[in-house]
Structures are given as C-alpha cells and as structure tokens.
Design a protein around this ligand. Structure first.
Ligand code: GAL
Length: 809
C-alpha cells in the first residue's frame, strides 16, 4: 500500500457522534425485588411486591446458606469415577439451598425510547429455566442456566409508562455435579435501538490474512432496513483511527468489508493488543445505529506433528480449568473478583483458561482479552445421556443447537477464544448415537465459526478409540488416562493430543500428613488432604506425571489442570462425608490463597520470575525427633537445605522418578524447631537465592495485606484482604485457628470472607470466621460514594489489625 494512501486513511479520523445517540444499553442492576418460593401471581403487572427483598443483580440467592447436609443429597454411584455401588453424596452441589423456585421483579421506564424503535431484553445467564414476563405477559423462556439469550420485547413494552418485568427461575435437585448457584447471577440489559439497526450479536470480525506488513480484517455486519450503508472505523489501542471503510453493497441482510490494517500489532498472552471496530449504520446520510466491537489480530493453527501455534510460534497450553463460582461470593459475577483470580493465575505462569463445563461470563472473556489469557470456551457437561438425573439431558434435543449458536454469536469476537469445547466427559462417548451427536454438534460449531476448532474432553478413551468419536473431532482432548495417551495418538488421525483436563491432585492448604507417601482416594479423620501434593483420585494423578508427558511428547499440545481454584461442591475424596462441602482440587483454595502446589506449577510455567518455596511449615510441636520430609518447589536445578544451620545435603533434580524430576525432596529430615533454610544454585553450582522459614511462637498480632488499596466508588469494586496472625517476633503462625471478627467503616462495606477450609460451615457473608492454617481472606466492597474505607479485624487475646483503603470516582 502506498504511503499516501496510508496517510489518507489515517486522516479519516473517527469522530464520535454524541448528538445523535442511536442506541442505548441500560444495565438493569438496581431496583430489583426478590422472593423465594412459588408464586402464581407474581408475573402480574400490579402484583404487590412491596414486602419483597431489595437486591441488586447480579445476584445468587443460595450463597447465603445455611449449609445443610440434606440439601440435594444425591444417592448415586458416579459412573465417571468408576463407582459401582450407590452411596450418599452430601455436599455434591455445595450443600447450599439452590434448589427451588424464586421470582425477580423490576420496574422500569425508558425515557430514551422514541416511537418506532425496538426494545430488546438480554440475559447473559439465568439459573435456571427462566420464564420472562413483561407487563403481565410471558415474553419468552429459556432452559440452560449458563446460556446467553435475548428477546425482542417491542410489542409488549409500553412507552412513557412504568413497565414491570418479572422473571421466574427454578432449579431442580440432582441437576448438577457442582454448585451451580441460583438466580439472576449475570448481567441483564435493556437495549433500545432503531428499527433500522445492527442485529444483536450481529457483527463478526475475523482476521483471515496476517503478515508483518498488513492484516486483512473481515467484518460482517447483519442489519435490518433498506437503503443502508455501513461505515467502519478501526481504532488502535490508543483510540487512533488506523483504517476506515464504507460500503453499501449488501448481500441479503449482511454487509461484508475487508479492511487492511498496516503493520498490525498481534494479540498474544505476552502482549494482549486490542483494536476496536466502530460500525456506523446509515440510511442515506442519516446515522441509524452505531456499535463498538473489540477484537484482536492473531493467527491460530493446529497441525499434525507440530501442534498448536499462535502467531507462527509453537507453544503448549499452560492452562487451568475453572468452575464459575467465585468461592465466598457465590456465582454472582463480579469483575474485580474475576480480575484477581486471573492475576493470581498469570503470576503462576498460566496462559489459558477452560470454562468448565459451560459458557463463561462475558466479563471473564473481556478480562482474558485484556490481560492476555487464551480461552477454551466449553458448552455442556451432558448431551442426551444423563450424568445427573435432572441435568442438561432434559434440554438437549430442543436446545443444544440454539445454545451453541448463542454461545458463538455472543462471544466470537473475543481474540482470547482459541478453541470451542462441545462437551465434557459426556456419556454419549459410548454408542453410535453419541458419535452422530458429536458430528452434529461439531458441524454446528463449524457452520457458525469456521475459524476455530472443536474439542470434547474425553474420559472413555477405549470407547472413543473404537467407535470413531475421537477421530472425528478437530482436537482430541483427553481427560486424565495418561497411560492411554500414546495409543490414542497412534489411533487418532489428528497427529496431536490435548490434555483437556489433567491432574486432579487433592490437597488442603497448609495441612500435611505423615508418613509422606503417594496415595489415591486417601481419607483422614479431619477430612483434609495432604499438601505434600502426592494424593489424587482413583482416576487422576499428581502433577509431575503430566509434566513428563508435556515435556517428552512433542505431540501433546498442552494441559488444562483441574482446577485453578477450589470451588463449591464436589468434595472428593470426601464426597460421602459430612461436613465437607467444597473441592480439594484447587491449586489455590476457595479463598484464592495459593496452596503449595501453586509454586510447583509456577516453578515451571512462570519463566520470568524466581520461584523458591519450602514446604511444609515448621511448627510441629509433638513431632520433635520424627521424620518430617521437606520439599522445595523451585525453578533452580539444585539446592542445599539447612536445619538450624546443619546441612541436610544438596538435592538435584533428576529423572529417577517423576517427582525427582520436578521437585527437590529431602525425605529424611528430623523435625526440630527453629529455622529451615534453603540455598539454591545456578547451573554452575553458584548459590543464587535463599529462603528461610521459622518455627513460630504463639499468635500475638493480626496482620492485614490488601491486594489493592484504591477502589472505584461504584458500589461493586472489591478489595481482597489476606488476614494472618504472627507471633511477637513477626513470624507467621501457620497452624492458627483463631476466631476473628470484622468491621468495615466509611465508604465501603463488608462483603464476605473465606478461609479455604472445605469442612467449614461458617457463612461467608457473616462478619466472623476462624483462621484456617493461619489465614483467611476478607472481601470489602466500595460504596457509590468516594472516600475512605477502614477494615478492622479483632480476635480474642490478639493485637487487632486495621487497614485503610480509598475509593475514588
Ligand atoms: C473430571 C470431570 C470434572 C471433575 C473432575 C474431578 O472427570 O470432568 O468435572 O469432576 O473429574 O477430578
């Protein structure tokens, strides 16, 4: 392209048009009334809801508990886990009251509405089976709680008057394998736009040709109206216009533009560069609609014997699976909670997320685009054959295609998404009907998005090798089953294997069990699992075994570890024990505090920063003189360990066992209180880093550490404050279990707390909690007025702690 042309393009600067606003998007977050229970009248316009609870949306009605063993008790044999005999599963869905019906009502007027315009209502998820009523009339319904959906309510909306929206939601028991949450847990929006306008989710942006000099940006825009033309501006990350294009050539109801972006800056986890397309729709010279779509320019390829490449560079996914709950906040989506999760994971070196086993929140995708995390967007945990009695199998026939279409239309412009998943461990892996379903679903994905491949997380590997299920997928994803990787690679035609779900190691933060041995489905009296990271389930394994495959087999294209964070429900290996109500699989606990395992992954995945982490803690009153092994997770190859100055020798990573390859382990250390010190060596044997931990005396003082000190005064921005106790010398007390009380003053409020103990029945939203392994996290929210926020934490016999935060406009 000539220089003059380029400068010409650059001169056509986009000037935002503020006078003629053509579209309004109104978030319905405030003014909601809520009540649990069935109600045959609540859909009516003049129903009196004055006594109902005032809430804001997003909202999760079940997170306030109380925990109850009897809730959704499922007496089943979990086939996927190889169980043959049914046992009583308590806490499988978190032991929280998500089952039942509830109503939400909201009154709104739309002063911006003009006669002839259109009004849509859009939900980004509603748990579950939503029925939506406007002014007493049903305007639509959906089934799957994780789907995005919208209805055109123009005909039932009344201009210049109060409109009454009512939403009924109902959750059946035995409908989930984890805590699904309950309610309007994601955004609800009203959209007012002209009749002549761009369709909801009507823009598709792809980048089919990319070179150093130029990228071809293809933009398809679906519209309603006659005599239309569309003008598109492409802005770089600084909001400068870098390209523009106008067309009136419409094919059916769709415009298609190919726009050159010169010297494109490519999107990657290391540099998540984002462009914005502004699409303006004109009727003649009159602006009728305008929307903004963020996108990235990046190239993904999956090739036999080469694997996955991003922008021409082969790389393996360093991924984690995440369920959608935010621990103590439940499932109500919150962007600052999601951002914190992703920051913690990025620091560990993670570059990819799998939304197991359902559609992600739009907020999570926006953050992954911005922060640089690739995304495997999943859809279903079940197809036509059930895993749980009242699961998605009830809706598959009627809804699967609509759900997939909405998933793709709502999210396809996010550069972070690099793969779709049509399902997780679906029982349809058995039998020929399931093979047909796999092809049918994959074809829908391809029809709607030809640019991304499709996987299914498969656990019935023998079956899918024989019946053709695995061979037909774009990406064969294996869940666990490490001994079958080699055979699957040989038998499948794709030429690579994805570890779509790996590890499922179990541990409890700060808890260590002796003797230190590898174990499967190990149970202890306190319902905790050992943080020596050697315990897994009958079907799963310790992290090191996946590391070996990833390192030794070029055809393995990466892994998604189960899971980045603990989640509510599925308390394996204690799923038949009470009280135990949340998972042990997390690399971080339910409060988001890293377990030891975090540093094992970090030592290998974070290639920029040093990792040097010692375990266990060194407070073992009563174990004096007993063997107490010490592990070090580090990116260095070797290190020397000292107990109270006495050398325990040098350990070097080696290939005698998988653990020896990735961890430094001193198995024969005898416990004596004092100081554990580790000195790490570089490749030439020079000491380059050291770390110490000390035996603590009794708890003396509370210490607070906030992840951020300045919040936005928007009523929903959060600070996560890690609370711990130290002895009088400032040494952390790793076994402290003190009961603490929280008070927030000023322009913020106490939101929730969590300590990471899977057996705790303390409620998250009450301002008191016990420390677990010396720590817990308090979550403080901003209010809508700017100012100072003060959190103070007290505990009997302890010097209290306070911290001051700020919130600004
Ligand atoms: C997998 C399953 C996950 C979770 C995990 C626990 O088989 O896909 O949802 O249940 O096991 O190890």
């Amino acid at each position: 392209m000539s220089k003059t042309l380029i400068s010409l393009i650059l001169i056509c600067l986009y000037i935002p048009i503020s006078i003629a606003q053509t579209r309004s998007v109104i978030e319905l977050d405030k003014g909601w009334k809520f009540q649990k229970g069935e109600n045959s009248q609540a859909y009516q316009k003049d129903f009196n809801d004055a006594k109902w609870q005032d809430i804001t949306v997003p909202h999760d009605w079940a997170i306030y508990g109380p925990f109850d063993k009897e809730i959704d008790k499922q007496t089943v044999a979990i086939e996927q886990n190889g169980e043959k005999v049914a046992t009583e599963k308590t806490g499988r869905t978190g032991a929280l009251p998500y089952v039942g019906t509830a109503w939400y009502r909201n009154e709104f007027t739309l002063p911006q509405y003009k006669l002839g315009q259109k009004v849509l209502i859009a939900f980004e998820g509603a748990m579950s089976e939503p029925k939506v009523f406007l002014n007493g009339k049903k305007v639509g319904e959906w089934a799957y709680g994780y789907s995005y959906f919208y209805f055109d309510i123009t005909d039932d909306f009344i201009a210049n008057q109060t409109n009454v929206l009512a939403v009924e939601l109902s959750n059946l028991g035995s409908s989930s394998r984890w805590y699904p949450g309950a309610g309007l847990y994601r955004k609800v929006q009203l959209i007012v736009k002209n009749e002549q306008s761009i369709h909801h989710w009507g823009t598709t942006i792809t980048t089919p040709v990319i070179s150093k000099e130029m990228a071809k940006v293809n933009i398809k825009t679906k519209v309603t109206g006659k005599n239309l033309n569309v003008v598109t501006y492409i802005l770089n990350a600084h909001k400068d216009t870098v390209a523009t294009n106008k067309t009136d050539a419409i094919f059916g109801n769709e415009f298609e533009q190919n726009i050159a972006v010169v010297h494109p800056k490519l999107w990657s986890p290391e540099r998540p560069y984002l462009y914005t397309a502004i699409s303006q729709l004109y009727e003649g010279k009159t602006l009728k609609d305008e929307i903004e779509t963020r996108f990235g320019i990046r190239e993904i390829k999956y090739e036999a014997n080469k694997g996955f490449s991003l922008n021409g560079k082969v790389r393996k996914f360093k991924g984690v699976c995440l369920h959608h709950d935010l621990g103590p906040l439940g499932t109500a989506v919150n962007k600052s909670a999601l951002r914190r999760q992703l920051q913690i994971l990025k620091d560990m070196g993670v570059d990819a997320i799998r939304s197991s086993h359902n559609m992600p929140s739009i907020e999570q995708l926006e953050l992954c685009d911005e922060m640089g995390l690739m995304f495997l967007a999943e859809s279903f945990d079940e197809w036509a054959k059930p895993k749980v009695e009242n699961g998605y199998n009830r809706f598959f026939e009627a809804y699967a295609e609509k759900d997939v279409v909405n998933l793709i239309h709502a999210t396809r412009n996010h550069p972070s998404i690099i793969m779709w998943s049509a399902g997780n461990e679906v029982p349809d892996q058995w039998g020929s009907e399931g093979v047909k379903r796999a092809k049918w679903l994959q074809d829908i994905f391809h029809r709607e998005d030809p640019t991304r491949p499709v996987t299914v997380g498969m656990d019935q590997v023998q079956s899918v090798m024989e019946n053709g299920f695995g061979a037909l997928l774009d990406i064969p994803g294996l869940n666990y089953r490490l001994p079958l990787y080699e055979e699957a690679y040989e038998k499948f035609p794709q030429g690579f294997i994805l570890g779509s779900e790996t590890a499922s190691t179990v541990s409890s933060r700060g808890i260590y069990k002796f003797p230190v041995v590898q174990a499967k489905m190990k149970q202890y009296d306190d319902f905790q699992s050992s943080s020596y990271d050697l315990e897994a389930c009958s079907w799963s394994n310790i992290p090191d075994l996946d590391f070996e495959l990833q390192d030794d087999k070029p055809w393995v294209i990466g892994e998604f570890v189960w899971t980045g964070f603990d989640y509510l429900g599925e308390p394996t290996p204690y799923d038949d024990q009470w009280p135990s109500r949340s998972s042990y699989f997390g690399i971080c606990d339910l409060a988001g505090i890293p377990k030891d395992r975090y540093y094992l992954y970090r030592s290998r995945w974070n290639t920029e920063d040093e990792t040097l982490h010692i375990l266990p803690h060194w407070n073992w009153k009563g174990r004096e003189g007993e063997i107490t092994p010490v592990f070090v997770y580090t990116n260095y190859d070797s290190a020397e360990l000292f107990v109270n100055g006495k050398s325990m020798g040098i350990q070097k990573k080696n290939k005698t066992t998988p653990q020896n390859r990735y961890r430094l382990m001193w198995m024969d250390v005898t416990y004596e209180p004092g100081t554990l010190k580790v000195v790490a060596f570089d490749k030439n044997g020079n000491p380059v880093a050291e770390k110490e931990i000390h035996t603590a005396e009794k708890p003396y003082k509370i210490v607070l550490d906030a992840d951020r000190k300045t919040l936005k005064s928007n009523g929903k921005d959060l600070a996560f404050i890690t609370v711990s106790v130290v002895d009088k010398n400032g040494i952390p007390c790793p076994t402290a279990t003190n009961q603490l009380n929280f008070k927030v003053k000023g322009n913020g409020f106490y939101k929730a707390a969590a300590n990471g103990d899977a057996t705790s029945l303390e409620l998250f939203h009450l301002p008191t909690m016990k420390l677990f392994s010396g720590k817990l996290v308090v979550i403080v929210s901003s209010k809508e007025e700017a100012g100072t926020i003060k959190l103070s934490v007290r505990g009997k016999g302890l010097k209290s702690g306070t911290i001051e935060l700020k919130s600004t406009d």
